[in-house]
Design a protein around this ligand. Sequence first.
Ligand SMILES: Cc1ncc(COP(=O)(O)O)c(C=O)c1O
Length: 301
Amino acid sequence: MAGGGDHIWFNGKFLESEEANVNLMTHALHYGTGIFEGIRAYASDRGNAIFRLDDHLKRFFKSAKIYRMDIEYDFDEMRQAIIDTVRKNGNRECYIRPLAFYANTVLGIYPRNPVIGVAIMTTKLDLYLGKKDGVRAKVSPWRKIDGSELPSLAKGTGQYANSFLATHDARMDGYDEAILLDTQGYLAEGPGENVFIVRDGKVFTPSLDSSVLGGITRDTVIELLGESNPVVEKRISLSELISADEAFFAGTAAEIAPILEIGGYRLDSAEDNSISLAVRKEYFDAVRGRGNTRDHWLTLV
Ligand SMILES: Cc1ncc(COP(=O)(O)O)c(C=O)c1O
């Protein structure tokens, strides 16, 4: 993260990345008490543009509220700080990581007088999953933490220990990505992406009560498919998943990644005329401001 001499915005000031450090006693480091966002800026036809910035910021503040964080910068200040950080770091295509965390340096789970640190980082990020044509996935032995255990709709740093274990297991087994089922055995999501499946030309994704993050890419796909092929949000069983015709991951980092295989079960996600490839094309058109674009999705930097 933030390599290559990028500056980091930290509590209102720009610092060189090597100077933006925290104390080892920091609460968030011990207890996973941070929240974050993952946003992308793309070179659009009208200039460098941040995709769905306001929607990401809304989720950032919702996550903060769930974790009872009082962030001293308001929505407009955070918005401007993100734009300034992208500009400061060369105004190019990048991945943007706003982070807020409990910065108290006294050990103990309850931070009596909360101190909240806020930072914004950018980094170059091409293909997050590293594969251009599609990815091989496996169903993880780790279940997605239930929404009654940790709030799925918040992007809490501690929740990503679950994503880390699932990803590690998949990579050790030679796969590109994991797919997590929920505690009841229904499809949940990837470690950092939502999942869609296609069966007989119809597109399905787990509904938001399946312990999944309300992904902004998920929402983008639902809107892009709109009336032409409305997405059905429902519980999806393991057998529906592995016998799907196609499947794809959808997330800011992973973008739209066709799933070629799920643990040995082959899918037709990257065949000519697949719905997955059509969705991917529409998505890239949208982030780059082409075709069926929504102007309000792009914030020109
Ligand atoms: C667990 C999880 N699910 C889904 C997503 C996709 O969300 P978005 O499309 O907003 O990036 C992410 C990435 O933020 C994630 O971490």
